[in-house]
Design a binder for this molecule. Structure first.
Ligand code: G16
Length: 544
């Protein structure tokens, strides 16, 4: 096969963020933009030569074109084999599973997660390493460095490669194997959970559920698992056909963007269980009838009940959460007598802990939960875990969570996002805030007294790597916390995230309105960071 060596010049904005390189589609469609980044992956990861790569994405606009370009570049860069999901589709957790079971040297996942798609939306590309997880900082750093030097890329002049039919074919010296994107993943789920008990629940006549696939990648996965294998009635999976523009919606599983599901779950005759996943299938939202389970609480409930699920019957080795995630899971770990690790935001930081056998479950406040079955967060896995739990405990979602609060106390928790702030202003806010930290310890705000204030840094206990500047924390003497971070996944300006948490143990104070219960801390956050003045915004754009 003829190979072209194309001259190019570096782009200076190809530094991967929290989860790969995310940009507007218009950026990715600039001549050489995608090719430069892909060549930087191959240049900085020489072990890919002669090995197998997994490739797939969430099906958003530009997915198919990108798959063709990457296949031709893989061929020109002497990749031995590429395993690709049919139609170029693989959910993020399914890609992670395939990398692991195939023994691939890595994978390329195309997604901008929950960001909108379509020609005016976002696109993204992420490199996953041989353990199936997102590349650690050492690898993303090397890719970025290569992107600043790249002066040519290699691409095969191959005709269009058929990715729409399962089977093996050759592209020059390289083998392309097109696989069913759903099958192996569905088998994996069946091996972890009690499918007979879940089937009985769904057939009991007294239980109904809805899953909102948001016209994103999980539609076919949810249909196969929930409707085919578990026999849930047709229509259980809403918005199930994946669309390149997600039907013009934002594939972000929260009550704002999964509005129809929310209305159903808070309406009369609501289903017993509601759930949704995002663009690439790694996030989850969990709802009971008239009841929202916060992601941090969900993680804690799963950990506390893991012994009821076949895959985790033997107990948990340990758990982990990202720093801004609430400390609800810490309380469970304490009771179980297992370690709880606190990592920076980003799934990549869980990889070493999982590989080293230190943890079994982990999760983040950003609607992500998973276990050691893959190395990504896994939306449907979390939904099935809850379904299995409901089947075993035979209780409504709200009762399960309220009983959890009674035992461990409730970690009232919220995240306020201020979006599309001009980057200079956002940086100024963070540095001004950081400058106030030396004076904060000991300072009183009403009944609250600051214990300490710092910029979170993390030393990975497995490889001793250090990540600094991971979020500004104000920790109060009563255990309450306020955390400030700039998001690493946005594509327009900067997003300020403010995370607020308070632990309540008085058993008659556990059912308060969440925002009201946190009002004093929210007020303190606004004043110490001077948010209104420095962002020009009177209120957050999104509250979760
Ligand atoms: C990604 C990462 C998560 C992270 C989230 C939010 O999720 O995989 O680990 O918590 O972004 O990150 P940030 O606060 O920096 O925007 P996803 O679902 O977008 O891939």
């Amino acid at each position: 096969m003829e190979i072209s060596v194309v001259s190019t010049r570096p782009f200076t904005d190809q530094k991967p963020g929290t989860s790969g390189l995310r940009k507007q589609v218009s950026s990715f469609r600039r001549p050489h933009y995608l090719e430069n980044f892909v060549q930087s992956i191959f240049d900085s990861q020489p072990m890919l030569r002669g090995s197998e790569l997994v490739l797939g994405g969430d099906g958003r606009f530009f997915n198919r074109e990108a798959v063709q370009i990457i296949l031709r570049m893989a061929c020109a860069n002497e990749i031995r084999k590429v395993t690709v999901g049919r139609g170029g589709i693989l959910s993020t957790p399914a890609a992670s599973h395939l990398i692991r079971t195939r023994g691939a040297a890595g994978g390329i996942v195309l997604s901008a997660s929950h960001n909108p798609g379509g020609p005016g939306g976002d696109f993204g590309i992420k490199f996953n390493v041989a353990n199936g997880g997102p590349a650690p900082e050492s690898v993303t750093g090397a890719i970025h460095a290569a992107s600043l030097e790249v002066d040519h890329y290699r691409i095969a002049r191959s005709p269009h490669i058929d990715i729409d039919h399962v089977g093996r074919r050759q592209a020059g010296e390289m083998e392309v194997e097109v696989v069913d994107p759903v099958h192996d993943y569905a088998d994996l789920m069946e091996s972890l959970f009690d499918f007979p008990a879940m089937r009985d629940l769904l057939h009991s006549g007294s239980f109904t559920m809805r899953f909102d696939a948001m016209h994103a990648v999980t539609g076919p996965y949810a249909e196969e698992i929930l409707e085919q294998r578990l026999g849930a009635p047709a229509g259980t999976v809403m918005r199930k056909e994946p669309l390149a523009d997600f039907g013009g919606c934002h594939p972000d599983p929260n009550l704002t963007h999964a509005r129809e599901l929310g209305q159903l779950m808070y309406g009369r005759g609501a289903p017993d269980f509601g759930a949704a996943s995002d663009g690439d299938g790694d996030r989850n939202m969990i709802l009971g009838a008239g009841f929202f389970v916060s992601p941090s609480d969900s993680l804690a409930v799963l950990a506390a009940n893991a012994h009821l699920i076949p895959a985790y019957r033997g107990g948990l080795k340990g758990v982990a959460r990202s720093m801004p995630t609430s400390q609800a899971i810490d309380a469970v770990a304490d009771a179980l007598g297992i370690p709880c690790y606190e990592t920076p935001t980003g799934w990549k930081f869980f990889g070493n802990l999982l590989d080293d056998g230190r943890i079994t479950l982990c999760g983040e406040e950003s609607f992500g939960t998973s276990s050691d079955h893959v190395r990504e967060k896994d939306g449907l896995w979390a939904v099935l875990f809850w379904l299995n739990l409901i089947a075993v405990r035979n209780q409504p979602v709200a009762t399960i969570v309220r009983e959890h609060w009674q035992r461990y106390g409730r970690h009232y928790y919220t995240r306020h996002d201020y979006e599309e702030i001009e980057s200079g202003r956002a940086d100024a806010l963070m540095s001004r805030l950081r400058a106030t930290f030396p004076e904060l310890p000991g300072r009183r705000f009403g009944s609250l007294r600051v214990r300490t204030a710092d910029d979170f840094s993390y030393r990975d206990p497995v490889d001793d790597s250090v990540s600094t500047g991971q979020g500004l924390r104000i920790l109060f003497e009563d255990g309450s916390r306020i955390v400030f971070r700039l998001s690493g996944t946005g594509t327009m300006g900067a997003t300020l995230r403010v995370y607020v948490e308070r632990h309540e143990t008085r058993t008659d104070q556990l059912d308060e309105d969440n925002q009201a219960a946190l009002a004093a801390l929210i007020e303190i956050a606004g004043s110490v960071a001077d948010i209104r003045n420095l962002t020009g915004k009177d209120a957050p754009d999104v509250i979760t």
